[in-house]
Ligand binder design. Structure first.
Ligand SMILES: Cc1cc2nc3c(=O)[nH]c(=O)nc-3n(C[C@H](O)[C@H](O)[C@H](O)COP(=O)(O)OP(=O)(O)OC[C@H]3O[C@@H](n4cnc5c(N)ncnc54)[C@H](O)[C@@H]3O)c2cc1C
Length: 340
């Protein structure tokens, strides 16, 4: 099959990621509609090319050697109201613009997810969460292209298999589905969520959705968690490490190594803040290794100070993982997706 004209060759992927890291894609296309998607997939199939789906590039770490296959950026936009606060949102819609839209309509359910970068289609992949809400609580269905069945399908909430930073899209069915739109069920005139400690500190009575959104954005800005081109502390992939969930025995072993470990019971597990482990293992905020560093505002964010390589970032990641493991016997797991 001849290469469709809209597919470009040797396109640098670094500018398409928030970290601004990574080499070029052998082939690349912006995908605006279903027919372009199907044409691009047919090209990939005839050329036996691996596929990389890009959203906003906020959770991606791309190798310096780039990607030898076809990278597709999913671009369709649109928010379609089905009924009351049930809305179907195209995968290419910027997530935070959708949150603002819901707050403006007084639809509750995603207000504490304000300020998370990326596109709507990326949110089900790792079931994004922050400040007491997870996107899965409002997702009713996901419409996606199924690369195995070779057709568009609707996946119910249950079929998405959501858990902490997890869904079928990043586990059992990794790379099988291309999310095309997501249907959310929000609460008309619902009350805002504010049970998370950082939010409780700010209010004494039930805040409005607007107030919670403003508070979350303020907290996130102070932590460098709202993208700001002028601030290299925001050139990150967000939280780089997941908070480890330890079994009773693992948590007991951890307690033998240190006292007063902050923890939250979670089913039969103990969740321990990765940020605390990192700081206590000797990696303070602002810890720098050449052109990469830990953000000066947030212990969990690894940042590109400018001109760095992915290899440098990975070396810092391993240094932190090894340091935490040596001190506490716990191996931190990274949150972003690694490509190449
Ligand atoms: C400063 C900062 C703060 C952040 N804060 C948070 C936070 O508070 N909570 C949180 O959970 N995350 C957070 N993140 C991580 C990230 O923003 C989310 O995971 C986001 O949902 C990723 O969306 P994206 O469109 O950028 O996806 P990308 O980074 O482009 O892609 C991420 C993964 O999803 C896949 N993907 C993307 N779109 C699609 C699609 N349409 N179909 C199929 N697969 C797709 C990609 O192939 C890749 O595997 C943060 C990141 C940054 C940089």
């Amino acid at each position: 099959m001849k290469k469709p004209n809209f597919i470009q060759e040797n396109v640098s992927l670094a500018p398409l990621t928030i970290l601004r890291l990574g080499g070029a894609a052998r082939f690349y296309a912006d995908i605006a509609d279903e027919s372009a998607l199907l044409e691009a997939l047919a090209f990939a199939q005839t050329q036996s090319l691996a596929l990389l789906i890009l959203g906003g590039g906020s959770n991606l770490v791309i190798a310096d050697t780039g990607f030898a296959g076809l990278a597709l950026r999913i671009k369709p936009r649109g928010i379609h109201q089905q009924s009351d606060a049930v809305v179907t949102v195209a995968a290419g819609e910027p997530w935070d613009e959708f949150v603002a839209h819901c707050v403006a309509h007084n639809w509750a359910g995603i207000e504490t997810l304000s300020g998370i970068p990326g596109l709507v289609g990326g949110t089900p992949i790792q079931n994004v969460g922050a400040y007491g809400q997870e996107v899965s609580a409002t997702i009713q269905t996901v419409r996606a292209y199924d690369r195995v069945a070779q057709r568009f399908v609707h996946l119910s909430h249950a079929e998405c298999g959501f858990a902490y930073r997890q869904s079928i899209f990043n586990t059992t069915a990794r790379e099988r589905y291309i999310v095309w739109s997501v249907t959310f069920g929000l609460r008309v005139n619902g009350t805002a969520t504010w049970h998370y400690p950082d939010l409780q500190k700010r209010f004494t009575t039930q805040p409005s959705l607007h107030e919670v959104r403003a508070a979350v954005l303020d907290i996130r800005r102070r932590k460098g968690m709202v993208i700001d081109e002028a601030d290299s502390d925001t050139r990150s992939a967000g939280s780089f490490f997941k908070n480890p969930s330890l079994s009773v025995d693992e948590f007991a072993a951890l307690n033998e190594r240190a006292a007063n470990i902050p923890h939250y019971p979670n089913a039969n597990q103990f969740k321990v803040p990765a940020a605390w482990l990192i700081e206590q293992a000797g990696f303070p905020k602002g810890f720098t290794a050449g052109r990469v560093a830990i953000s000066t505002k947030h212990s969990l964010a690894l940042v590109n100070r400018g001109g760095a390589t992915t290899a440098e970032l990975i070396a810092l990641m391993r240094q932190i993982q090894d340091g935490v493991e040596k001190r506490f016997g716990v191996r931190l797991q990274p949150e972003p997706i690694f490509v190449g």
